[in-house]
Design a protein around this ligand. Structure first.
Ligand code: BES
Ligand code: MN
Ligand code: MN
Length: 459
Protein backbone atom coordinates (compact mmCIF):
# COMPACT_ATOMS: atom_id res chain seq x y z
CA UNK A 1 0.00 0.00 0.00
CA UNK A 2 3.12 2.17 0.11
CA UNK A 3 2.86 3.11 -3.57
CA UNK A 4 -0.84 3.84 -3.17
CA UNK A 5 -0.23 6.27 -0.33
CA UNK A 6 2.66 7.88 -2.19
CA UNK A 7 0.54 8.41 -5.29
CA UNK A 8 -2.26 9.98 -3.22
CA UNK A 9 0.18 12.26 -1.40
CA UNK A 10 1.78 13.50 -4.58
CA UNK A 11 -1.61 14.27 -6.17
CA UNK A 12 -3.30 15.73 -3.12
CA UNK A 13 -3.84 19.22 -4.40
CA UNK A 14 -5.28 18.08 -7.73
CA UNK A 15 -7.56 15.55 -6.01
CA UNK A 16 -8.97 18.33 -3.85
CA UNK A 17 -9.30 20.86 -6.66
CA UNK A 18 -11.13 18.40 -8.87
CA UNK A 19 -13.72 17.88 -6.13
CA UNK A 20 -14.11 21.63 -5.67
CA UNK A 21 -14.82 21.97 -9.41
CA UNK A 22 -17.50 19.32 -9.17
CA UNK A 23 -19.07 21.12 -6.20
CA UNK A 24 -19.37 24.30 -8.29
CA UNK A 25 -22.08 22.66 -10.43
CA UNK A 26 -25.50 23.24 -8.80
CA UNK A 27 -26.94 19.80 -9.60
CA UNK A 28 -30.16 20.22 -7.60
CA UNK A 29 -32.45 17.40 -8.74
CA UNK A 30 -35.64 18.63 -7.04
CA UNK A 31 -35.93 21.96 -8.82
CA UNK A 32 -36.54 22.04 -12.62
CA UNK A 33 -34.72 25.35 -12.89
CA UNK A 34 -31.44 23.47 -12.36
CA UNK A 35 -32.14 20.86 -15.07
CA UNK A 36 -29.35 22.07 -17.38
CA UNK A 37 -26.90 22.12 -14.45
CA UNK A 38 -27.83 18.56 -13.53
CA UNK A 39 -27.17 17.51 -17.16
CA UNK A 40 -23.85 19.38 -17.14
CA UNK A 41 -22.91 17.62 -13.92
CA UNK A 42 -23.65 14.24 -15.52
CA UNK A 43 -21.34 15.12 -18.43
CA UNK A 44 -18.63 16.16 -15.98
CA UNK A 45 -19.01 12.91 -14.05
CA UNK A 46 -18.63 11.04 -17.35
CA UNK A 47 -15.46 12.99 -18.13
CA UNK A 48 -14.04 12.26 -14.69
CA UNK A 49 -14.83 8.56 -15.02
CA UNK A 50 -12.83 8.42 -18.24
CA UNK A 51 -9.95 10.31 -16.65
CA UNK A 52 -9.97 7.84 -13.76
CA UNK A 53 -9.41 5.05 -16.28
CA UNK A 54 -12.91 3.59 -16.55
CA UNK A 55 -14.17 2.26 -19.88
CA UNK A 56 -17.52 2.00 -21.68
CA UNK A 57 -18.41 5.25 -19.96
CA UNK A 58 -21.86 6.48 -20.85
CA UNK A 59 -24.42 9.06 -19.79
CA UNK A 60 -27.63 7.02 -19.79
CA UNK A 61 -30.81 9.04 -20.19
CA UNK A 62 -33.84 8.22 -18.04
CA UNK A 63 -37.31 9.74 -17.81
CA UNK A 64 -35.75 12.05 -15.25
CA UNK A 65 -32.10 12.95 -14.71
CA UNK A 66 -29.42 10.76 -16.34
CA UNK A 67 -27.41 7.94 -14.79
CA UNK A 68 -23.68 7.84 -15.49
CA UNK A 69 -22.08 4.42 -15.91
CA UNK A 70 -18.53 3.17 -16.44
CA UNK A 71 -16.56 0.00 -15.78
CA UNK A 72 -13.15 -1.59 -15.82
CA UNK A 73 -13.02 -5.33 -16.26
CA UNK A 74 -9.48 -6.43 -15.55
CA UNK A 75 -10.18 -10.15 -15.54
CA UNK A 76 -13.61 -11.77 -15.91
CA UNK A 77 -12.64 -14.53 -13.48
CA UNK A 78 -12.07 -11.99 -10.73
CA UNK A 79 -14.85 -10.63 -8.51
CA UNK A 80 -16.67 -7.44 -9.45
CA UNK A 81 -17.46 -4.51 -7.17
CA UNK A 82 -20.37 -2.27 -8.15
CA UNK A 83 -19.87 1.25 -6.82
CA UNK A 84 -22.99 3.40 -6.50
CA UNK A 85 -23.26 7.09 -5.68
CA UNK A 86 -25.33 10.15 -6.55
CA UNK A 87 -24.24 13.38 -8.19
CA UNK A 88 -27.49 15.21 -7.45
CA UNK A 89 -27.79 17.39 -4.35
CA UNK A 90 -30.50 18.81 -2.12
CA UNK A 91 -31.74 22.37 -2.69
CA UNK A 92 -29.48 24.85 -0.87
CA UNK A 93 -32.31 26.75 0.85
CA UNK A 94 -32.45 28.65 3.15
CA UNK A 95 -29.76 30.62 1.34
CA UNK A 96 -29.39 33.39 3.94
CA UNK A 97 -28.01 30.94 6.52
CA UNK A 98 -24.97 29.97 4.46
CA UNK A 99 -21.66 31.59 5.47
CA UNK A 100 -20.37 31.16 1.91
CA UNK A 101 -22.10 30.32 -1.34
CA UNK A 102 -23.47 26.75 -1.45
CA UNK A 103 -21.92 26.30 -4.91
CA UNK A 104 -18.85 28.34 -4.22
CA UNK A 105 -16.80 25.81 -2.23
CA UNK A 106 -14.54 27.11 0.51
CA UNK A 107 -11.90 25.10 2.39
CA UNK A 108 -11.70 26.39 5.95
CA UNK A 109 -10.31 24.80 9.12
CA UNK A 110 -9.93 21.45 7.38
CA UNK A 111 -13.49 21.43 6.10
CA UNK A 112 -14.84 21.67 2.57
CA UNK A 113 -17.98 23.82 2.71
CA UNK A 114 -20.46 23.35 -0.16
CA UNK A 115 -23.79 21.72 -0.95
CA UNK A 116 -22.99 18.12 -1.87
CA UNK A 117 -19.54 18.09 -0.24
CA UNK A 118 -20.51 15.15 2.02
CA UNK A 119 -23.77 14.11 0.33
CA UNK A 120 -22.63 12.73 -2.00
CA UNK A 121 -20.12 14.30 -4.38
CA UNK A 122 -17.22 14.28 -1.93
CA UNK A 123 -17.96 10.67 -1.07
CA UNK A 124 -18.49 9.17 -4.53
CA UNK A 125 -15.54 11.11 -5.91
CA UNK A 126 -13.27 9.33 -3.40
CA UNK A 127 -13.97 6.20 -5.45
CA UNK A 128 -12.94 7.88 -8.70
CA UNK A 129 -9.66 8.96 -7.16
CA UNK A 130 -9.15 5.58 -5.47
CA UNK A 131 -9.70 3.87 -8.84
CA UNK A 132 -7.25 6.23 -10.53
CA UNK A 133 -4.75 5.59 -7.75
CA UNK A 134 -5.04 1.80 -8.02
CA UNK A 135 -4.67 1.93 -11.81
CA UNK A 136 -1.59 4.13 -11.57
CA UNK A 137 0.03 1.99 -8.88
CA UNK A 138 -0.09 -1.62 -9.95
CA UNK A 139 -3.63 -2.04 -11.29
CA UNK A 140 -7.05 -2.95 -9.95
CA UNK A 141 -7.14 -6.12 -7.84
CA UNK A 142 -10.66 -6.88 -9.11
CA UNK A 143 -13.23 -5.60 -11.58
CA UNK A 144 -15.17 -2.45 -10.92
CA UNK A 145 -18.44 -1.09 -12.26
CA UNK A 146 -19.50 2.42 -11.33
CA UNK A 147 -23.00 3.83 -11.45
CA UNK A 148 -23.66 7.41 -10.33
CA UNK A 149 -27.25 8.56 -10.47
CA UNK A 150 -28.89 11.99 -10.51
CA UNK A 151 -32.18 11.41 -8.69
CA UNK A 152 -31.29 9.98 -5.30
CA UNK A 153 -32.44 13.07 -3.43
CA UNK A 154 -35.85 12.91 -5.11
CA UNK A 155 -36.48 9.23 -4.53
CA UNK A 156 -34.60 7.43 -7.35
CA UNK A 157 -37.84 7.03 -9.26
CA UNK A 158 -36.28 5.97 -12.56
CA UNK A 159 -33.52 3.84 -11.15
CA UNK A 160 -35.62 0.70 -10.78
CA UNK A 161 -36.36 0.67 -14.52
CA UNK A 162 -32.68 1.20 -15.35
CA UNK A 163 -31.54 -1.55 -12.99
CA UNK A 164 -34.01 -4.13 -14.30
CA UNK A 165 -33.21 -3.20 -17.91
CA UNK A 166 -29.44 -3.50 -17.27
CA UNK A 167 -29.16 -6.62 -15.14
CA UNK A 168 -26.37 -8.12 -17.24
CA UNK A 169 -24.38 -4.89 -17.37
CA UNK A 170 -24.70 -4.41 -13.59
CA UNK A 171 -23.82 -8.01 -12.72
CA UNK A 172 -21.45 -7.92 -9.76
CA UNK A 173 -20.54 -9.66 -6.51
CA UNK A 174 -21.13 -6.82 -4.11
CA UNK A 175 -22.28 -3.20 -4.02
CA UNK A 176 -20.09 -0.55 -2.40
CA UNK A 177 -21.66 2.78 -1.42
CA UNK A 178 -20.07 5.76 0.32
CA UNK A 179 -23.08 7.87 1.31
CA UNK A 180 -23.38 7.45 5.09
CA UNK A 181 -21.64 8.63 8.23
CA UNK A 182 -19.26 7.26 10.86
CA UNK A 183 -19.49 7.85 14.62
CA UNK A 184 -16.39 10.09 14.70
CA UNK A 185 -13.05 10.44 12.95
CA UNK A 186 -11.41 8.53 15.79
CA UNK A 187 -14.36 6.10 16.14
CA UNK A 188 -14.78 4.52 12.70
CA UNK A 189 -18.02 2.67 12.08
CA UNK A 190 -19.88 1.01 9.24
CA UNK A 191 -23.63 1.39 8.77
CA UNK A 192 -25.32 -1.97 8.62
CA UNK A 193 -28.85 -0.77 8.13
CA UNK A 194 -30.90 2.02 6.65
CA UNK A 195 -34.50 3.02 7.18
CA UNK A 196 -37.14 2.98 4.49
CA UNK A 197 -39.26 5.95 3.59
CA UNK A 198 -42.78 6.89 2.72
CA UNK A 199 -43.27 10.54 1.77
CA UNK A 200 -46.64 12.21 1.28
CA UNK A 201 -48.12 15.64 0.77
CA UNK A 202 -51.52 16.56 2.18
CA UNK A 203 -53.94 19.28 1.16
CA UNK A 204 -56.78 20.34 3.45
CA UNK A 205 -59.53 22.53 2.01
CA UNK A 206 -62.13 24.44 3.99
CA UNK A 207 -64.27 27.18 2.45
CA UNK A 208 -64.11 27.72 -1.32
CA UNK A 209 -62.17 30.99 -0.91
CA UNK A 210 -60.17 32.93 1.67
CA UNK A 211 -62.53 34.63 4.12
CA UNK A 212 -62.44 37.57 6.52
CA UNK A 213 -61.50 35.92 9.82
CA UNK A 214 -63.78 38.26 11.73
CA UNK A 215 -66.82 37.99 9.54
CA UNK A 216 -66.67 34.19 9.24
CA UNK A 217 -64.26 33.13 12.02
CA UNK A 218 -65.80 30.79 14.58
CA UNK A 219 -68.50 29.50 12.24
CA UNK A 220 -66.42 27.81 9.55
CA UNK A 221 -63.75 25.11 9.79
CA UNK A 222 -60.32 26.70 9.39
CA UNK A 223 -58.19 24.27 7.34
CA UNK A 224 -54.97 25.25 9.13
CA UNK A 225 -56.57 24.64 12.54
CA UNK A 226 -57.93 21.36 11.18
CA UNK A 227 -54.55 20.28 9.75
CA UNK A 228 -52.77 21.06 13.03
CA UNK A 229 -55.39 19.12 14.96
CA UNK A 230 -55.01 16.14 12.63
CA UNK A 231 -51.22 16.21 12.74
CA UNK A 232 -51.17 16.55 16.52
CA UNK A 233 -53.33 13.46 16.84
CA UNK A 234 -50.80 11.34 14.92
CA UNK A 235 -48.68 10.84 18.07
CA UNK A 236 -49.89 9.78 21.52
CA UNK A 237 -48.48 10.85 24.89
CA UNK A 238 -45.80 8.15 24.61
CA UNK A 239 -44.68 9.61 21.27
CA UNK A 240 -45.97 6.58 19.47
CA UNK A 241 -47.61 6.93 16.09
CA UNK A 242 -51.38 6.45 16.36
CA UNK A 243 -52.08 5.23 12.83
CA UNK A 244 -53.74 1.82 13.24
CA UNK A 245 -51.37 -0.93 12.09
CA UNK A 246 -48.35 1.42 11.93
CA UNK A 247 -46.17 -0.87 14.08
CA UNK A 248 -47.68 -4.16 12.93
CA UNK A 249 -44.95 -5.33 10.53
CA UNK A 250 -42.04 -3.82 12.49
CA UNK A 251 -39.15 -6.22 12.99
CA UNK A 252 -38.37 -6.04 16.71
CA UNK A 253 -34.75 -6.51 17.67
CA UNK A 254 -33.73 -9.17 20.15
CA UNK A 255 -32.36 -8.13 23.53
CA UNK A 256 -28.92 -9.26 22.35
CA UNK A 257 -29.11 -7.12 19.21
CA UNK A 258 -30.20 -4.10 21.22
CA UNK A 259 -27.38 -4.69 23.66
CA UNK A 260 -24.85 -4.83 20.83
CA UNK A 261 -26.16 -1.55 19.40
CA UNK A 262 -25.95 0.12 22.80
CA UNK A 263 -22.24 -0.65 22.92
CA UNK A 264 -21.45 1.99 20.29
CA UNK A 265 -20.18 5.11 22.06
CA UNK A 266 -22.83 7.81 22.38
CA UNK A 267 -22.98 10.81 24.66
CA UNK A 268 -26.47 12.20 25.08
CA UNK A 269 -25.24 15.40 26.75
CA UNK A 270 -23.02 16.21 23.75
CA UNK A 271 -25.87 15.31 21.43
CA UNK A 272 -28.22 17.78 23.12
CA UNK A 273 -25.57 20.45 23.31
CA UNK A 274 -24.74 20.12 19.63
CA UNK A 275 -28.41 20.51 18.68
CA UNK A 276 -29.16 23.28 21.17
CA UNK A 277 -31.97 21.33 22.86
CA UNK A 278 -32.64 20.82 26.58
CA UNK A 279 -34.32 17.45 26.28
CA UNK A 280 -34.49 14.62 23.80
CA UNK A 281 -37.91 13.29 22.95
CA UNK A 282 -39.15 10.15 21.27
CA UNK A 283 -40.94 6.85 21.54
CA UNK A 284 -41.14 5.62 25.13
CA UNK A 285 -39.06 2.57 25.91
CA UNK A 286 -36.28 3.24 23.40
CA UNK A 287 -32.95 5.03 23.58
CA UNK A 288 -32.07 8.03 21.43
CA UNK A 289 -29.94 5.87 19.16
CA UNK A 290 -32.74 3.32 18.80
CA UNK A 291 -35.35 6.00 18.14
CA UNK A 292 -33.22 7.34 15.32
CA UNK A 293 -32.34 4.06 13.66
CA UNK A 294 -34.32 0.90 14.40
CA UNK A 295 -37.72 2.48 15.13
CA UNK A 296 -40.21 3.86 12.59
CA UNK A 297 -41.15 7.54 12.79
CA UNK A 298 -43.52 10.14 11.41
CA UNK A 299 -42.42 13.74 10.91
CA UNK A 300 -43.82 16.86 9.33
CA UNK A 301 -41.21 18.22 6.92
CA UNK A 302 -43.05 21.37 5.92
CA UNK A 303 -46.36 23.07 6.60
CA UNK A 304 -47.93 26.13 5.02
CA UNK A 305 -51.09 28.02 4.29
CA UNK A 306 -52.77 31.34 4.99
CA UNK A 307 -50.87 34.58 5.28
CA UNK A 308 -47.13 34.38 5.98
CA UNK A 309 -46.00 37.75 4.58
CA UNK A 310 -44.95 40.90 6.45
CA UNK A 311 -47.21 42.20 9.18
CA UNK A 312 -50.65 40.78 9.88
CA UNK A 313 -53.58 39.95 7.68
CA UNK A 314 -56.86 38.79 9.17
CA UNK A 315 -57.79 35.86 7.01
CA UNK A 316 -59.46 32.51 7.37
CA UNK A 317 -57.71 30.62 4.59
CA UNK A 318 -59.28 28.26 2.12
CA UNK A 319 -56.39 25.78 2.14
CA UNK A 320 -53.59 24.33 4.23
CA UNK A 321 -50.78 21.99 3.21
CA UNK A 322 -48.11 19.79 4.75
CA UNK A 323 -45.37 17.41 3.65
CA UNK A 324 -44.87 14.40 5.88
CA UNK A 325 -42.38 11.58 5.96
CA UNK A 326 -42.46 8.24 7.65
CA UNK A 327 -39.14 6.50 8.25
CA UNK A 328 -39.63 2.77 8.07
CA UNK A 329 -37.77 -0.22 9.42
CA UNK A 330 -37.31 -3.77 8.12
CA UNK A 331 -40.52 -5.62 7.16
CA UNK A 332 -42.59 -2.43 6.88
CA UNK A 333 -43.45 -1.86 3.22
CA UNK A 334 -43.41 1.68 1.90
CA UNK A 335 -46.56 1.31 -0.25
CA UNK A 336 -48.45 -0.35 2.61
CA UNK A 337 -47.56 2.41 5.05
CA UNK A 338 -48.54 5.09 2.55
CA UNK A 339 -51.94 3.42 2.32
CA UNK A 340 -52.31 3.11 6.10
CA UNK A 341 -51.48 6.79 6.45
CA UNK A 342 -53.86 7.85 3.67
CA UNK A 343 -56.83 5.87 4.98
CA UNK A 344 -56.28 7.11 8.52
CA UNK A 345 -55.68 10.73 7.58
CA UNK A 346 -58.86 10.89 5.49
CA UNK A 347 -60.78 9.35 8.38
CA UNK A 348 -59.65 11.83 11.03
CA UNK A 349 -60.61 14.92 9.03
CA UNK A 350 -62.84 17.09 11.23
CA UNK A 351 -66.20 18.33 9.87
CA UNK A 352 -66.11 21.09 7.28
CA UNK A 353 -62.86 20.22 5.49
CA UNK A 354 -61.90 17.90 2.66
CA UNK A 355 -58.55 16.14 2.54
CA UNK A 356 -56.39 15.00 -0.36
CA UNK A 357 -53.26 12.88 0.23
CA UNK A 358 -50.69 12.74 -2.56
CA UNK A 359 -47.98 10.11 -2.28
CA UNK A 360 -44.50 11.28 -3.28
CA UNK A 361 -41.75 8.72 -3.24
CA UNK A 362 -40.68 5.91 -1.01
CA UNK A 363 -38.13 3.22 -0.48
CA UNK A 364 -37.63 0.11 1.58
CA UNK A 365 -35.44 -0.34 4.64
CA UNK A 366 -32.34 -2.48 4.35
CA UNK A 367 -30.05 -4.43 6.62
CA UNK A 368 -26.59 -5.44 5.46
CA UNK A 369 -24.61 -8.47 6.67
CA UNK A 370 -21.61 -8.18 9.01
CA UNK A 371 -20.18 -11.62 8.29
CA UNK A 372 -19.78 -11.42 4.50
CA UNK A 373 -16.35 -11.32 2.80
CA UNK A 374 -17.15 -7.77 1.64
CA UNK A 375 -17.98 -6.54 5.15
CA UNK A 376 -14.87 -8.17 6.53
CA UNK A 377 -12.78 -6.64 3.73
CA UNK A 378 -14.23 -3.21 4.52
CA UNK A 379 -13.73 -3.64 8.24
CA UNK A 380 -10.12 -4.69 7.74
CA UNK A 381 -9.48 -1.79 5.35
CA UNK A 382 -10.75 0.71 7.92
CA UNK A 383 -8.74 -0.96 10.63
CA UNK A 384 -5.65 -0.51 8.47
CA UNK A 385 -6.16 3.22 7.90
CA UNK A 386 -7.81 4.28 11.18
CA UNK A 387 -5.87 1.92 13.42
CA UNK A 388 -9.17 0.78 14.97
CA UNK A 389 -11.72 -1.79 14.02
CA UNK A 390 -14.95 -0.10 12.86
CA UNK A 391 -18.12 -0.57 14.90
CA UNK A 392 -21.22 -1.79 13.04
CA UNK A 393 -24.10 0.68 13.57
CA UNK A 394 -27.61 1.06 12.22
CA UNK A 395 -28.29 4.30 10.35
CA UNK A 396 -31.46 6.35 10.30
CA UNK A 397 -31.39 7.76 6.77
CA UNK A 398 -32.59 6.09 3.60
CA UNK A 399 -30.90 4.98 0.38
CA UNK A 400 -33.67 3.25 -1.58
CA UNK A 401 -31.25 1.62 -4.03
CA UNK A 402 -29.88 -0.70 -1.35
CA UNK A 403 -33.11 -2.72 -1.12
CA UNK A 404 -33.56 -2.44 -4.87
CA UNK A 405 -30.13 -3.92 -5.63
CA UNK A 406 -30.91 -6.80 -3.33
CA UNK A 407 -34.32 -7.39 -4.87
CA UNK A 408 -33.35 -6.93 -8.53
CA UNK A 409 -29.77 -8.17 -8.62
CA UNK A 410 -29.57 -10.32 -5.49
CA UNK A 411 -26.66 -8.16 -4.30
CA UNK A 412 -25.69 -7.18 -0.79
CA UNK A 413 -24.24 -3.76 -0.04
CA UNK A 414 -21.42 -2.48 2.09
CA UNK A 415 -22.17 1.06 3.31
CA UNK A 416 -18.64 2.41 3.26
CA UNK A 417 -19.37 5.96 4.37
CA UNK A 418 -16.74 8.41 5.63
CA UNK A 419 -18.96 11.35 6.60
CA UNK A 420 -20.00 12.52 10.06
CA UNK A 421 -23.46 13.32 11.42
CA UNK A 422 -22.16 16.85 12.01
CA UNK A 423 -21.58 17.41 8.25
CA UNK A 424 -24.86 19.37 7.96
CA UNK A 425 -26.15 17.33 5.05
CA UNK A 426 -29.46 18.72 3.69
CA UNK A 427 -28.79 21.79 5.83
CA UNK A 428 -27.02 25.14 5.37
CA UNK A 429 -23.21 25.04 5.56
CA UNK A 430 -22.89 21.41 4.52
CA UNK A 431 -19.30 20.35 4.98
CA UNK A 432 -16.97 17.42 4.50
CA UNK A 433 -13.61 17.00 6.20
CA UNK A 434 -10.50 17.15 4.04
CA UNK A 435 -9.28 14.35 6.32
CA UNK A 436 -12.39 12.30 5.58
CA UNK A 437 -12.02 12.79 1.84
CA UNK A 438 -8.42 11.58 1.77
CA UNK A 439 -9.03 8.89 4.36
CA UNK A 440 -11.68 7.49 2.01
CA UNK A 441 -9.31 7.61 -0.94
CA UNK A 442 -6.70 5.75 1.11
CA UNK A 443 -9.12 3.17 2.52
CA UNK A 444 -11.01 2.19 -0.66
CA UNK A 445 -7.96 0.61 -2.40
CA UNK A 446 -7.39 -1.45 0.74
CA UNK A 447 -10.98 -2.67 0.52
CA UNK A 448 -10.39 -3.75 -3.08
CA UNK A 449 -7.18 -5.58 -2.16
CA UNK A 450 -8.73 -7.30 0.86
CA UNK A 451 -11.88 -8.23 -1.03
CA UNK A 452 -9.97 -9.65 -4.00
CA UNK A 453 -7.86 -11.65 -1.57
CA UNK A 454 -10.84 -13.01 0.37
CA UNK A 455 -12.75 -13.86 -2.79
CA UNK A 456 -9.72 -15.48 -4.40
CA UNK A 457 -11.03 -18.04 -6.88
CA UNK A 458 -14.66 -17.32 -6.00
CA UNK A 459 -15.18 -14.52 -8.56
N1 BES B 1 -26.97 10.00 1.99
C1 BES B 1 -28.31 10.17 2.38
C2 BES B 1 -28.82 9.07 3.30
C3 BES B 1 -28.10 8.89 4.59
C4 BES B 1 -27.49 9.94 5.25
C5 BES B 1 -28.06 7.65 5.17
C6 BES B 1 -26.83 9.74 6.44
C7 BES B 1 -27.44 7.45 6.37
C8 BES B 1 -26.80 8.51 7.01
C9 BES B 1 -29.20 10.25 1.15
O1 BES B 1 -28.67 11.10 0.17
C10 BES B 1 -30.54 10.81 1.51
O2 BES B 1 -30.58 11.93 1.93
N2 BES B 1 -31.60 10.06 1.31
C11 BES B 1 -32.91 10.54 1.51
C12 BES B 1 -33.90 9.58 0.93
C13 BES B 1 -34.39 9.92 -0.43
C14 BES B 1 -35.44 8.91 -0.86
C15 BES B 1 -34.91 11.31 -0.56
C16 BES B 1 -33.23 10.64 2.97
O3 BES B 1 -32.75 9.83 3.78
O4 BES B 1 -34.00 11.54 3.31
MN1 MN C 1 -26.71 10.74 -0.15
MN1 MN D 1 -29.16 13.18 0.83
Amino acid sequence: MQTIDTYIDSNKERFLNELLDLLRIPSVSADPKYKADVARCAETVKQRMMEAGLEKVEVCPTKGHPIVYGEKIVDPTKPTVLVYGHYDVQPPDPMELWHSGPFDPVVKDGMIYARGSADDKGQFYMHFKAIETMMKSGGLPCNVKVMIEGEEEVGSNNLGVFVSANKERLKADVVLISDTAMIANDVPSINTGLRGLSYVEVEVTGPNRDLHSGVYGGAVSNPINALCEMIASLHDKDSRVTIPGFYEAVAELSAAERKALAEAPFNEEDYKKDLGIKEVRGENGYSTEERSSIRPTLDVNGIWGGYIGEGAKTVLPSKAFAKLSMRLVPNQKSAALTKLFTDHFMKIAPPGVTVVVRPHHGGEAAVTPIDSPAYLAASKAMEETFGKKPIPTRGGGSIPIVALFEQELGLKTVLFGFGLDSDNIHSPNEKYGVFNYFQGIRTIPRFFANYAGMMNGKG
